[in-house]
Design a protein around this ligand. Structure first.
Ligand code: NAD
Length: 364
């Protein structure tokens, strides 16, 4: 499954990294002041080993300062390959000891969804800022607890919504904000792939919190929210389950409509059993834009009614970590704070409620 998912999302990363969005000025300024921000990566799975650790070689001011892992051999591998001190390798049970490690400023939580809360809280209580992967947690209640814990500890909290730092997505947001084609009327967003290994945590409710919707549907929810700049007021959703054995605990394919106060509509799909769904389109009164692929780590393609896009393809993870580092150094809020993750979880829960109830669900 991992090969499948990885190769699907990776699409094309060759050549990225040379021109990182905003990297050089921030890097030069911060380095001249001698300021960098140390990150500990918690969870050495696929995303961490294949994307985040390599990305930390391309960052300007974010640098690798430690890891948290339940597999000591993986910790030793990172020590050897990335040159961190052996005593900067922690287990999930010893995360509290990070309080004594001044070299670690922030913890990037990259574990199964439902465990994000536990690991984010451990990091916050050790006095470390928290960058938490999507979906923020297994429930909106857990998101609220995470926000409260980070607030009580006086640390910053941001969610790993890499697309908000990606030039194609920024351009789509700009087109809507500047009204290039008039008011936004319809967003179509979909992400899906065929999931492999039936034993993996993504198919277990206790670790994943849900299925395709939690994992990849959250991208479509995010997209509709950052393109419209509004919160949905009504959700109508259905689920299709063609393999009730493999998908006994989690959703397989979900389709939903989101209605926004302006009258804009989001028409979204996600799936764990449909390869190659990776698309975003925004339709305004007088034109629109499309990205396909839209959510890959690189190789995004698309354009608007004015022509094809031609943007640099930065390493989205490097840009995202540098931005959080800058937020820490400049003591400002991220553009993707914990509240963004919480709002998305509330929408995801409304989608599940609509599926269960078989009717539209109104959001306050
Ligand atoms: P993965 O299965 O490859 O890695 C998960 C890691 O968590 C492993 O190192 C595993 O050992 C560890 N872990 C700790 N406790 C565990 C437990 N009780 N059961 C199972 N594993 C446990 O998963 P991944 O693909 O790296 O995803 C990790 C997180 O990152 C998820 O929240 C996922 O949604 C998110 N993610 C985000 C993106 C993105 O583009 N932003 C892409 C992939 C994954």
């Amino acid at each position: 499954m991992l090969q499948n998912r990885r190769s699907f999302l990776r699409t094309a990363t060759a050549g990225v990294g040379a021109t990182l969005l905003g990297r050089r000025p921030a890097s030069a300024a911060a380095r001249s002041l001698g300021k960098t921000v140390g990150f500990a990566i918690a969870g050495l799975g696929s995303l961490s080993m294949n994307q985040l650790l390599p990305a930390l070689r391309r960052t300007g001011i974010a640098r690798l300062a430690g890891v948290v892992t339940g597999t000591p051999g993986k910790g030793r591998r990172v020590v050897d390959e990335y040159g961190i001190p052996p005593d900067a390798v922690y287990s999930y049970d010893t995360m509290h000891r990070m309080a004594d490690n001044a070299d670690i400023d922030a913890v990037y939580v990259v574990t199964p969804n439902v465990l994000h809360l536990e690991h984010a809280v451990a990091a916050a209580r050790a006095g470390k800022h928290v960058l938490c992967e999507k979906p923020m947690a297994g429930s909106s209640d857990d998101c609220e607890t995470m926000i409260r814990e980070c607030g009580d500890a006086g640390v910053k909290l941001a969610i790993g919504y890499r697309c908000q730092f990606e030039p194609h997505h920024r351009e789509c947001i700009r087109i809507v904000r500047d009204g290039d084609f008039g008011p936004l009327k319809l967003v179509e967003a979909g992400l899906g792939f065929t999931i492999g290994d039936p034993a993996q945590w993504r198919l277990r409710r206790d670790l994943a919190g849900g299925g395709a919707l939690m994992d990849v549907g959250v991208y479509a929810v995010q997209t509709c929210r950052y393109l419209t700049g509004e919160e949905p007021v009504r959700i109508t959703a259905t689920e299709a389950k063609t393999d009730p054995v493999k998908f006994a605990e989690v959703d397989e394919t979900v389709a939903w409509h989101m209605e926004f106060p302006s009258g804009a509509v989001g028409s979204c799909t996600c799936s764990y059993n449909a390869q190659g769904l990776n698309r975003l389109a925004g339709h305004c009164a007088g034109g629109g834009f499309t990205l396909d692929p839209a959510y890959s780590y690189g190789g995004l393609q698309g354009g608007s009614s004015h022509g094809r896009f031609d943007f640099d393809q930065p390493d989205q993870f490097a840009v995202q970590m540098d931005d959080f580092a800058r937020c820490i150094l400049e003591d400002r809020e991220s553009i993707v704070p914990g509240d963004e993750g919480l709002r998305d979880l509330r929408v995801l829960e409304a989608i599940y409620e609509s599926i269960r109830a078989g009717r539209p669900v109104d959001l306050k």
